[in-house]
Design a protein around this ligand. Sequence first.
Ligand code: C2E
Ligand code: CA
Ligand code: CA
Ligand code: CA
Length: 279
Amino acid sequence: AKQSGRNTYRFFTAQMNVDAIARRELEVALRFALEHDEFVLHYQPKVDLVSGKIEGFEALLRWERPGHGLLFPGAFIPALEETGLIVLVGKWVIGEACRQIGVWMRGGIGPVRVAVNVSGRQFVEGDLYGNVTQAIHRNAIRSDLLELEITESSLMENTELTVAILQNLRKAGVTVSIDDFGTGYSSLAYLRRFPINKLKIDMSFIRDVTSNVDDASIVLAIISMAHSLHLQVVAEGVETAEQLRYLREHECDQMQGYYFSRPVPATGVEQMLYDGKQL
Ligand code: C2E
Ligand code: CA
Ligand code: CA
Ligand code: CA
Protein backbone atom coordinates (compact mmCIF):
# COMPACT_ATOMS: atom_id res chain seq x y z
CA ALA A 1 0.00 0.00 0.00
CA LYS A 2 2.86 2.27 0.92
CA GLN A 3 4.52 1.53 -2.42
CA SER A 4 1.40 2.22 -4.54
CA GLY A 5 0.72 5.40 -2.57
CA ARG A 6 4.14 6.63 -3.44
CA ASN A 7 3.63 5.71 -7.11
CA THR A 8 0.32 7.56 -7.27
CA TYR A 9 2.02 10.58 -5.77
CA ARG A 10 4.84 10.32 -8.27
CA PHE A 11 2.36 9.96 -11.16
CA PHE A 12 0.52 13.15 -10.28
CA THR A 13 3.76 15.02 -9.75
CA ALA A 14 5.02 13.92 -13.16
CA GLN A 15 1.76 15.02 -14.84
CA MET A 16 1.87 18.34 -13.05
CA ASN A 17 5.43 18.79 -14.26
CA VAL A 18 4.40 18.10 -17.86
CA ASP A 19 1.71 20.82 -17.63
CA ALA A 20 4.02 23.22 -15.86
CA ILE A 21 6.75 22.63 -18.44
CA ALA A 22 4.34 23.18 -21.37
CA ARG A 23 3.08 26.38 -19.77
CA ARG A 24 6.62 27.55 -19.06
CA GLU A 25 7.64 26.82 -22.68
CA LEU A 26 4.70 28.84 -24.00
CA GLU A 27 5.60 31.72 -21.69
CA VAL A 28 9.22 31.66 -22.90
CA ALA A 29 8.03 31.54 -26.53
CA LEU A 30 5.68 34.49 -25.91
CA ARG A 31 8.46 36.60 -24.36
CA PHE A 32 10.67 35.71 -27.32
CA ALA A 33 7.83 36.62 -29.71
CA LEU A 34 7.51 40.07 -28.15
CA GLU A 35 11.26 40.74 -28.34
CA HIS A 36 11.59 39.41 -31.91
CA ASP A 37 8.60 41.08 -33.53
CA GLU A 38 6.54 37.93 -34.12
CA PHE A 39 3.23 39.64 -33.28
CA VAL A 40 1.24 41.39 -36.00
CA LEU A 41 -2.04 43.23 -36.14
CA HIS A 42 -4.82 42.37 -38.56
CA TYR A 43 -7.63 44.84 -39.14
CA GLN A 44 -11.38 44.34 -39.52
CA PRO A 45 -13.51 47.21 -40.91
CA LYS A 46 -16.43 48.76 -39.02
CA VAL A 47 -19.02 50.04 -41.45
CA ASP A 48 -21.55 52.86 -41.04
CA LEU A 49 -25.04 51.46 -41.66
CA VAL A 50 -26.43 54.73 -43.05
CA SER A 51 -23.67 55.75 -45.47
CA GLY A 52 -22.38 52.22 -46.12
CA LYS A 53 -18.84 53.56 -45.74
CA ILE A 54 -15.95 52.19 -43.71
CA GLU A 55 -15.81 54.17 -40.46
CA GLY A 56 -12.66 52.57 -39.02
CA PHE A 57 -10.97 49.28 -38.19
CA GLU A 58 -10.52 47.04 -35.16
CA ALA A 59 -6.94 45.82 -34.67
CA LEU A 60 -6.79 42.11 -33.77
CA LEU A 61 -3.64 40.44 -32.51
CA ARG A 62 -2.00 37.58 -34.44
CA TRP A 63 1.17 35.61 -33.69
CA GLU A 64 3.35 34.57 -36.63
CA ARG A 65 5.00 31.77 -34.69
CA PRO A 66 7.87 30.17 -36.62
CA GLY A 67 7.04 26.56 -37.42
CA HIS A 68 3.42 27.00 -36.26
CA GLY A 69 1.94 29.35 -38.86
CA LEU A 70 -0.41 32.19 -37.98
CA LEU A 71 -1.89 31.80 -34.49
CA PHE A 72 -5.17 33.42 -33.39
CA PRO A 73 -5.79 34.99 -29.97
CA GLY A 74 -7.67 31.96 -28.65
CA ALA A 75 -4.37 30.03 -28.74
CA PHE A 76 -2.30 32.49 -26.69
CA ILE A 77 -4.30 35.33 -25.07
CA PRO A 78 -5.22 33.14 -22.07
CA ALA A 79 -1.48 32.48 -21.47
CA LEU A 80 -0.69 36.20 -21.87
CA GLU A 81 -3.41 37.01 -19.32
CA GLU A 82 -2.27 34.34 -16.83
CA THR A 83 1.39 35.33 -16.95
CA GLY A 84 0.67 39.05 -16.89
CA LEU A 85 2.54 39.41 -20.22
CA ILE A 86 -0.67 40.92 -21.63
CA VAL A 87 0.41 44.22 -20.04
CA LEU A 88 3.60 44.34 -22.16
CA VAL A 89 1.94 42.94 -25.28
CA GLY A 90 -0.98 45.35 -24.82
CA LYS A 91 1.51 48.22 -24.73
CA TRP A 92 3.05 46.89 -27.96
CA VAL A 93 -0.44 46.72 -29.57
CA ILE A 94 -1.11 50.39 -28.71
CA GLY A 95 2.30 51.45 -30.07
CA GLU A 96 1.91 49.40 -33.25
CA ALA A 97 -1.61 50.69 -33.96
CA CYS A 98 -0.43 54.31 -33.52
CA ARG A 99 2.64 53.65 -35.70
CA GLN A 100 0.37 52.26 -38.44
CA ILE A 101 -2.05 55.21 -38.17
CA GLY A 102 0.95 57.56 -38.61
CA VAL A 103 2.27 55.60 -41.62
CA TRP A 104 -1.16 55.70 -43.30
CA MET A 105 -1.60 59.38 -42.48
CA ARG A 106 1.74 60.42 -43.95
CA GLY A 107 1.72 57.84 -46.74
CA GLY A 108 -1.23 59.40 -48.53
CA ILE A 109 -3.87 56.91 -47.33
CA GLY A 110 -5.29 59.56 -45.02
CA PRO A 111 -6.76 59.49 -41.50
CA VAL A 112 -7.73 55.92 -40.54
CA ARG A 113 -9.45 55.24 -37.22
CA VAL A 114 -8.14 52.16 -35.38
CA ALA A 115 -9.61 50.49 -32.28
CA VAL A 116 -7.42 48.34 -30.03
CA ASN A 117 -8.53 45.81 -27.43
CA VAL A 118 -7.43 46.57 -23.88
CA SER A 119 -7.18 43.97 -21.11
CA GLY A 120 -8.40 44.76 -17.60
CA ARG A 121 -4.87 44.05 -16.36
CA GLN A 122 -3.55 47.03 -18.37
CA PHE A 123 -5.64 49.38 -16.22
CA VAL A 124 -4.47 47.87 -12.95
CA GLU A 125 -0.85 46.92 -13.62
CA GLY A 126 0.22 48.94 -16.62
CA ASP A 127 0.51 52.67 -17.18
CA LEU A 128 -2.30 52.69 -19.73
CA TYR A 129 -2.67 56.47 -19.81
CA GLY A 130 1.10 56.92 -20.25
CA ASN A 131 1.31 54.22 -22.93
CA VAL A 132 -1.52 55.76 -24.95
CA THR A 133 -0.44 59.41 -24.75
CA GLN A 134 3.20 58.52 -25.45
CA ALA A 135 2.27 56.43 -28.52
CA ILE A 136 0.08 59.27 -29.85
CA HIS A 137 2.82 61.88 -29.40
CA ARG A 138 5.66 59.72 -30.71
CA ASN A 139 3.79 59.03 -33.92
CA ALA A 140 2.39 62.57 -34.16
CA ILE A 141 -1.17 61.35 -34.79
CA ARG A 142 -4.59 62.79 -33.96
CA SER A 143 -5.81 61.29 -30.68
CA ASP A 144 -9.35 60.88 -32.02
CA LEU A 145 -8.04 58.30 -34.52
CA LEU A 146 -7.31 55.90 -31.64
CA GLU A 147 -10.14 54.03 -29.99
CA LEU A 148 -9.97 51.66 -27.01
CA GLU A 149 -12.24 48.64 -26.63
CA ILE A 150 -12.73 47.39 -23.10
CA THR A 151 -14.99 44.47 -22.27
CA GLU A 152 -18.06 44.98 -20.16
CA SER A 153 -16.76 42.37 -17.69
CA SER A 154 -13.35 43.99 -17.13
CA LEU A 155 -15.05 47.36 -16.68
CA MET A 156 -17.02 45.82 -13.83
CA GLU A 157 -13.84 44.81 -11.99
CA ASN A 158 -11.78 47.62 -10.44
CA THR A 159 -14.49 50.05 -11.47
CA GLU A 160 -13.23 53.16 -9.63
CA LEU A 161 -9.69 52.96 -10.98
CA THR A 162 -10.88 52.06 -14.49
CA VAL A 163 -13.34 54.98 -14.61
CA ALA A 164 -10.67 57.44 -13.45
CA ILE A 165 -8.25 56.29 -16.17
CA LEU A 166 -10.96 56.31 -18.86
CA GLN A 167 -11.94 59.85 -17.87
CA ASN A 168 -8.36 61.01 -18.44
CA LEU A 169 -8.16 59.18 -21.75
CA ARG A 170 -11.42 60.78 -22.91
CA LYS A 171 -10.02 64.20 -21.96
CA ALA A 172 -6.98 63.37 -24.11
CA GLY A 173 -9.38 62.89 -27.04
CA VAL A 174 -9.37 59.09 -27.27
CA THR A 175 -12.63 57.24 -28.07
CA VAL A 176 -13.80 54.51 -25.67
CA SER A 177 -16.05 51.55 -26.52
CA ILE A 178 -17.56 48.84 -24.35
CA ASP A 179 -16.92 45.46 -25.96
CA ASP A 180 -18.98 42.25 -25.72
CA PHE A 181 -21.89 44.27 -24.36
CA GLY A 182 -24.90 42.34 -23.09
CA THR A 183 -22.90 39.55 -21.45
CA GLY A 184 -22.16 41.33 -18.17
CA TYR A 185 -25.57 42.44 -16.86
CA SER A 186 -24.80 46.16 -16.65
CA SER A 187 -27.81 48.33 -15.94
CA LEU A 188 -28.66 51.65 -17.52
CA ALA A 189 -27.94 53.49 -14.28
CA TYR A 190 -24.55 51.79 -14.11
CA LEU A 191 -23.60 52.70 -17.67
CA ARG A 192 -24.22 56.41 -17.10
CA ARG A 193 -21.19 56.50 -14.79
CA PHE A 194 -18.79 55.52 -17.53
CA PRO A 195 -17.02 57.96 -19.84
CA ILE A 196 -17.76 55.96 -23.00
CA ASN A 197 -18.72 56.72 -26.61
CA LYS A 198 -19.87 53.38 -28.01
CA LEU A 199 -21.41 50.03 -27.19
CA LYS A 200 -20.53 46.92 -29.16
CA ILE A 201 -23.29 44.33 -28.98
CA ASP A 202 -21.81 40.90 -28.33
CA MET A 203 -21.96 38.64 -31.37
CA SER A 204 -23.82 35.93 -29.44
CA PHE A 205 -26.95 38.14 -29.67
CA ILE A 206 -26.47 38.85 -33.38
CA ARG A 207 -26.15 35.22 -34.48
CA ASP A 208 -29.90 34.41 -34.24
CA VAL A 209 -31.28 37.95 -34.17
CA THR A 210 -33.59 37.32 -37.14
CA SER A 211 -34.97 34.01 -35.81
CA ASN A 212 -34.87 34.17 -32.00
CA VAL A 213 -37.33 36.63 -30.42
CA ASP A 214 -35.39 36.82 -27.13
CA ASP A 215 -32.16 37.77 -28.88
CA ALA A 216 -34.07 40.27 -31.02
CA SER A 217 -35.59 41.97 -27.97
CA ILE A 218 -32.22 42.17 -26.25
CA VAL A 219 -30.67 43.75 -29.35
CA LEU A 220 -33.54 46.26 -29.66
CA ALA A 221 -33.32 47.12 -25.97
CA ILE A 222 -29.55 47.71 -26.21
CA ILE A 223 -29.98 49.95 -29.27
CA SER A 224 -32.67 52.12 -27.69
CA MET A 225 -30.89 52.27 -24.33
CA ALA A 226 -27.61 53.27 -26.01
CA HIS A 227 -29.30 55.95 -28.09
CA SER A 228 -31.05 57.42 -25.06
CA LEU A 229 -27.58 57.76 -23.48
CA HIS A 230 -26.25 59.31 -26.73
CA LEU A 231 -23.96 56.36 -27.38
CA GLN A 232 -23.29 54.82 -30.77
CA VAL A 233 -24.09 51.14 -31.23
CA VAL A 234 -21.98 48.63 -33.16
CA ALA A 235 -23.17 45.10 -33.97
CA GLU A 236 -20.35 42.56 -34.20
CA GLY A 237 -20.31 39.15 -35.88
CA VAL A 238 -22.63 40.13 -38.74
CA GLU A 239 -22.45 37.30 -41.26
CA THR A 240 -25.64 37.49 -43.36
CA ALA A 241 -27.67 39.93 -45.45
CA GLU A 242 -30.71 39.19 -43.23
CA GLN A 243 -28.85 40.22 -40.06
CA LEU A 244 -27.63 43.34 -41.84
CA ARG A 245 -31.15 44.29 -43.00
CA TYR A 246 -32.54 43.77 -39.51
CA LEU A 247 -29.87 45.97 -37.90
CA ARG A 248 -30.34 48.70 -40.48
CA GLU A 249 -34.11 48.70 -40.00
CA HIS A 250 -33.67 49.01 -36.25
CA GLU A 251 -31.22 51.89 -36.45
CA CYS A 252 -28.05 50.23 -35.27
CA ASP A 253 -25.23 52.66 -36.20
CA GLN A 254 -22.41 50.41 -37.35
CA MET A 255 -21.68 46.80 -38.20
CA GLN A 256 -18.63 44.60 -38.16
CA GLY A 257 -18.40 41.02 -39.40
CA TYR A 258 -17.48 38.47 -42.04
CA TYR A 259 -20.41 39.62 -44.20
CA PHE A 260 -18.41 42.73 -45.05
CA SER A 261 -14.85 41.54 -44.42
CA ARG A 262 -12.72 39.23 -42.31
CA PRO A 263 -9.78 40.81 -40.47
CA VAL A 264 -6.98 41.52 -42.99
CA PRO A 265 -3.29 42.53 -42.79
CA ALA A 266 -2.34 46.23 -43.15
CA THR A 267 -1.90 45.85 -46.92
CA GLY A 268 -5.51 44.62 -47.12
CA VAL A 269 -6.64 47.84 -45.40
CA GLU A 270 -4.80 49.89 -48.01
CA GLN A 271 -6.41 47.87 -50.83
CA MET A 272 -9.90 48.23 -49.32
CA LEU A 273 -9.54 52.00 -48.95
CA TYR A 274 -8.04 52.32 -52.43
CA ASP A 275 -10.96 50.36 -53.91
CA GLY A 276 -13.43 52.49 -51.95
CA LYS A 277 -15.13 49.31 -50.72
CA GLN A 278 -18.55 49.94 -49.18
CA LEU A 279 -21.71 48.12 -48.15
P1 C2E B 1 -13.30 40.52 -29.78
O1 C2E B 1 -12.62 41.76 -29.34
O2 C2E B 1 -14.72 40.34 -29.41
O3 C2E B 1 -13.07 40.47 -31.36
C1 C2E B 1 -14.00 39.92 -32.27
C2 C2E B 1 -13.59 38.54 -32.70
O4 C2E B 1 -14.61 38.01 -33.55
C3 C2E B 1 -12.31 38.45 -33.52
O5 C2E B 1 -11.72 37.18 -33.27
C4 C2E B 1 -12.85 38.52 -34.95
O6 C2E B 1 -11.96 37.98 -35.90
C5 C2E B 1 -14.08 37.66 -34.81
N1 C2E B 1 -15.10 37.98 -35.82
C6 C2E B 1 -15.26 39.12 -36.52
N2 C2E B 1 -16.33 39.05 -37.35
C7 C2E B 1 -16.87 37.83 -37.16
C8 C2E B 1 -18.00 37.16 -37.73
O7 C2E B 1 -18.73 37.68 -38.59
N3 C2E B 1 -18.27 35.91 -37.27
C9 C2E B 1 -17.48 35.29 -36.33
N4 C2E B 1 -17.81 34.07 -35.94
N5 C2E B 1 -16.40 35.90 -35.76
C10 C2E B 1 -16.11 37.15 -36.18
P2 C2E B 1 -10.17 37.02 -32.95
O8 C2E B 1 -9.36 37.93 -33.83
O9 C2E B 1 -9.86 35.57 -32.96
O10 C2E B 1 -10.04 37.60 -31.48
C11 C2E B 1 -10.67 36.97 -30.40
C12 C2E B 1 -10.58 37.79 -29.13
O11 C2E B 1 -9.24 37.93 -28.70
C13 C2E B 1 -11.10 39.21 -29.29
O12 C2E B 1 -12.50 39.23 -29.24
C14 C2E B 1 -10.44 39.88 -28.11
O13 C2E B 1 -11.17 39.65 -26.94
C15 C2E B 1 -9.12 39.14 -28.02
N6 C2E B 1 -8.06 39.98 -28.63
C16 C2E B 1 -7.72 40.12 -29.93
N7 C2E B 1 -6.70 40.99 -30.07
C17 C2E B 1 -6.41 41.44 -28.81
C18 C2E B 1 -5.46 42.38 -28.28
O14 C2E B 1 -4.67 43.02 -28.98
N8 C2E B 1 -5.46 42.55 -26.91
C19 C2E B 1 -6.32 41.89 -26.10
N9 C2E B 1 -6.28 42.11 -24.77
N10 C2E B 1 -7.24 41.02 -26.56
C20 C2E B 1 -7.27 40.80 -27.91
CA1 CA C 1 -13.02 43.92 -29.52
CA1 CA D 1 -16.36 41.80 -29.04
CA1 CA E 1 -15.40 38.49 -27.57
